[in-house]
Design a protein around this ligand. Structure first.
Ligand code: MTE
Ligand code: MO
Length: 565
């Protein structure tokens, strides 16, 4: 409609920004007054972030908007066009008018392996991953779907508020300071693991997967401090007579009572991320679900949800919503794409457009394990093996730490499963039986402890058991009985193994003239698999559990190593 007025970008920015009573946005060369749309916007008033400028960078992040019906909605609010003075020869607004929503993101540790910069998705390299039982705040993997919301640290206690909404629509509001003062503190030592952890392994062994190509580092273990969700819900008025029964009546009556198995706790973050958990998990007195404001004895870092996040131990980390601003008790799961689509898994045949509704959303995590460090002796320089490897005899051999020298760095791409240990050419044609030291983690969801970790040095032909590091035991030398907080085994179990690499004779055909060795003659595959206390164990290959989303890549972890002497 050419009769509509034209507006300068500067005046849109100055007069119709996020705090204006009449917020406007632009899309391509058009101007929209979204004042009346905000209340109906599914993502809430996060849309105001775009006010005063272009909505395009936000739509690039929230790709769900790239659909015709979304444009139709916006079109109803068309009020005019961008002034030609602000358009280039192609009729497009100049680039500098698009502001960077990530400009206020925190500074991150340079040691991270970065998968995407904006939003930031990053995992620690192997040598940082298992340094301690508790992952440091600095090196805990970061999985952000959007930018990091800005919350003023000095004012957070007074100004940051959580809203709790019950099934009858009644709401209660708690400032951060009120939450801290009103409810008892509860600590939980728990793993967070992304459902995409080890996805690159599934891609390599079973085919293309959609999503961030995580290595083994989309997992971390930390001590979280906060208040029990169940305490807050009770205070807000949720009536609970039995842990499994929440009896606030609603239209979903079942003999006058709601069926708690059908009830859910929906969490929303400040940047519009959302997810939910079953109410039964939230109310389980052994379930340890908390609203956390502390991490490893410090204030929750911005990347990990400052000032408040849900911690749902034993469940997929996607449910531990960061920058938590709203909780709704409802008779359905969160309607977000992260609940209804992204964090589900499918049959190997289901392809890119599976039956989303039939599939259950991932909650409790299955058992998994990974190798995070390998040291092999005799060929390389000294002193890089961890001290635990010194003269320990729990495998088929004793490793003298002086003879075990180099971290096999299989973490960085391009091919993390295959590594040639650089070393001098050997005089002999057959490599010695070299000492090897391996370490890693094992973890199962639902609070299930790790019962056993099996290690193979020859690709799965023969097996032996790794030593489990007992970080939680009151008797463990490096801990006391406050090391693991919580009612169940929510932490990972670190494991160690020392042994002798198998002697692999050189097939004569691989010897070049003069008997000189060629690369990769002595390759062998290290394998780990774990079993949890319910005797669940990991599948042998990724083929049978392949899904196009690459979720729950829990097959035996294999690391191919190729010592050349
Ligand atoms: N919460 C909000 N608000 N926004 C997010 O992007 N990502 C989820 C979850 N909670 C996310 C969120 C996902 S998929 C994971 S794996 C974990 O947070 C990652 O938590 P971390 O970054 O503290 O490791
Ligand atoms: Mo995740």
């Amino acid at each position: 409609d050419p009769s509509l007025p034209r507006f300068r970008l500067s005046s849109i920015r100055d007069e119709h920004g996020p705090t204006s009573p009449h917020p406007w946005v632009t899309y391509q060369d058009k101007v929209y007054d979204i004042t009346d749309w905000i209340a109906a916007h599914p993502g809430g008033d996060v849309i105001l972030r775009a006010a005063g400028g272009s909505i395009e960078p936000y739509w690039n992040i929230f790709s769900i908007h790239k659909a015709p019906h979304v444009r139709e909605i916006l079109y109803q609010y068309l009020i005019g066009y961008i002034d030609v003075l602000d358009l280039d020869e192609n009729g497009k607004p100049a680039l500098e008018t698009i502001e960077d929503p990530f400009q206020a993101d925190p500074v991150r540790d340079p040691r991270f392996i970065v998968h995407t910069d904006k939003p930031r998705n990053a995992e620690p390299p192997n040598e940082e991953l298992l340094r301690e039982f508790r992952t440091s705040n600095e090196m805990f993997y970061i999985r952000n779907h959007m930018w990091v919301p800005v919350v003023d640290e000095k004012k957070a206690d007074e100004e940051y508020a959580l809203t709790v909404e019950l099934p009858d629509g009644e709401t209660k509001r708690y400032t951060l300071g009120e939450l801290k003062a009103k409810f008892p503190t509860h600590k939980v030592t728990a793993v967070l693991q992304c459902s995409g952890n080890r996805r690159n392994d599934m891609t390599r062994h079973a085919g293309k997967t959609n999503g961030l190509q995580w290595g083994v580092g989309a997992i971390g273990n930390a001590e979280w401090e906060g208040v029990r969700l169940a305490d807050v819900l009770a205070d807000a008025g949720l009536v609970v007579s039995d842990p499994r029964v929440a009896t606030r009546k609603s239209s979903q009556a079942n003999n006058g009572e709601e069926d708690p198995r059908l009830m859910h706790v929906q969490f929303s973050g400040l940047e519009a991320y959302g997810a939910s958990i079953p109410l039964s998990k939230a109310l389980d007195p052994m379930g340890d679900v908390i609203l956390a404001y502390g991490m490893n004895g410090k204030t929750l870092p911005r990347d990990h949800g400052f000032p408040l996040r849900a911690i749902v131990p034993g469940n997929v980390a996607a449910r531990s919503v960061k920058w938590l601003s709203k909780i709704v008790i409802a008779d359905e799961e969160s309607t977000s794409q992260w609940q209804r689509r992204d964090y589900k898994s499918f049959g190997p045949n289901e392809g890119a457009n599976p039956d989303w509704d039939r599939s259950k959303s991932i909650q409790e995590m299955p058992v998994t394990s990974a190798i995070t460090g390998v040291w092999v002796g005799e060929c390389v320089r000294k002193g890089k093996a961890p001290s635990w490897a010194n003269n320990r005899q729990n495998g088929r051999g004793v490793v003298d730490v002086a003879a075990v020298e180099r971290v096999i760095g299989y973490t960085p791409p391009p091919d993390p499963t295959s590594t040639t240990i650089p070393c001098k050419p050997c005089p002999d044609q057959t490599p010695p039986a070299e000492p090897v030291a391996i370490q890693g983690y094992a973890y199962s969801g639902g609070g299930r402890a790790i019962a056993r970790v099996d290690v193979s040095l020859d690709g799965g032909k023969t097996w032996d058991q790794a030593e489990l590091v007992d970080d939680c035991s009151p008797n463990a030398p490096e801990s006391n009985n406050t090391n693991c907080h919580g009612n169940k085994n929510w932490s990972w179990t670190r494991w160690r193994y020392t042994g002798q690499l198998p002697v692999i004779p050189i097939p004569p055909s691989t010897l070049s003239q003069g008997g000189e060795q060629q690369d990769k003659k002595f390759c062998t595959t290290l394998v780990v698999k774990a079993t949890d206390e319910a005797y669940n164990s990991q599948p042998e290959t990724h083929k049978g559990i392949y899904n196009v989303r690459g979720n729950l890549a829990t097959a035996w972890h294999r690391v191919r190593i190729c010592p050349s002497c």
